[in-house]
Design a protein around this ligand. Structure first.
Ligand code: GTR
Length: 328
């Protein structure tokens, strides 16, 4: 009896210790970020972690893993959905193949400019996109800015659609982007972000497309020196949390999480504007040959089959596409 109670006590003590460490561990979330130190998203995610800890009195904490150390973006999205990681900063491009509603923002030229994108996200279309993500296990907390993406390559300035003909262009993993390059007569090459530098350098691809800060932070500008202002894609990014984690939180903790995310997004958007300018200046000083594309109508017209295929595959998203296009 005495022996038994000792054993029982020991087991109870162990269970307490395990239970305690599990609950502590459960709060030490893992956050995925693809960008390097000093990038607006990296700084903002660190701020998010700091705010979360502070506002929750240390109850909720997240350790950030930057520079894609926890894997590529498509893998990380899957990981977040199944709870392998709890927090992520995802571009809606690689989310599109999983969440149909989120894919509408990847239709080339759907937004008139970045301000138009913000007006859309703040309206009904934004709610529909958010609900779409939630259905797939991803709860969006706030939007990050990722500016507009333009083409760059190692061969020549792009002025008209025909200039893309025959070019091998890296795209993010999303059929819409492959369709976009094919519609311009180029050869799309879907590839993880981390592989693009070497591929450009060794000529595996001729070009890629991205915003100023990513073109600069990755060093792509050193190996692909023609940057042509097509601004064909304006894709927002989300700071998000695994749905089960979210549902397991009290309303007070959900509020704290959301507040920390929104504050982090405000900081990110401010830093983004600054970095866009700084990156542009840095690459131009680094020898990049930059050109405007005064008339983009040829590029826009070439996207007709991309839209047609998308709406054929997703007839239920026609209204959402129209809502975006009709948002002033
Ligand atoms: C960046 C974006 C990343 C990633 C990358 C890419 O602009 O912030 O999340 O999507 O582009 O081209 O893969």
């Amino acid at each position: 009896m005495r022996f038994l109670s000792k054993v029982t006590l020991a087991i109870a003590a162990m269970a307490l210790i395990i239970g305690f460490s599990v609950s502590v561990q459960a709060k030490e979330w893992r956050g995925w970020n693809i960008h390097v130190a000093g990038y607006p998203n990296t700084v903002a995610m660190d701020k998010f972690a700091e705010l979360l800890k502070e506002k929750s009195g240390g109850k909720m904490t997240v350790k950030m893993y930057h520079s894609g150390t926890l894997g590529s973006q498509p893998d990380a999205i899957e990981q977040l959905r199944i709870g392998g990681i709890e927090i992520g900063n995802f571009n809606l491009g690689p989310l599109g193949p999983i969440v149909p509603e989120a894919n509408v923002v990847s239709l080339p030229f759907i937004f008139k400019d970045v301000d138009h994108m913000w007006r859309v996200l703040d309206g009904k279309a934004g709610d529909i996109i958010n609900e779409g993500m939630t259905k797939f296990g991803i709860v969006p907390l706030a939007w990050y800015d990722a500016g507009a993406r333009s083409f760059y390559n190692s061969k020549k300035p792009i002025m008209k659609p025909e200039d893309v003909t025959g070019m091998k262009v890296r795209v993010m993993n999303n059929d819409l982007y492959s369709g976009m390059i094919s519609a311009l007569g180029g050869n799309p090459s879907p590839m993880a972000f981390a592989e693009v530098y070497q591929s450009l350098k060794t000529g595996v691809v001729d070009g890629a497309e991205n915003n100023w800060p990513s073109y600069e932070s990755t060093g792509h500008f050193e190996v692909a020196q023609f940057y042509s202002m097509s601004q064909h894609l304006i894709i927002p990014e989300t700071l998000c949390v695994n749905a089960k984690v979210w549902q397991g939180l009290s309303p007070e903790d959900q509020k704290i999480l959301k507040e920390a995310a929104v504050e982090s997004a405000m900081l990110q958007r401010k830093l983004w504007k600054e970095r866009e300018k700084a990156s542009e200046e840095k690459v131009l000083a680094g020898g990049v040959q930059f050109n405007e594309i005064p008339d983009k109508s040829g590029f826009q017209a070439a996207m007709k089959p991309v839209y047609e295929k998308f709406l054929k595959d997703n007839p239920n998203l026609k209204t959402l596409v129209e809502t975006i296009q009709n948002t002033p």
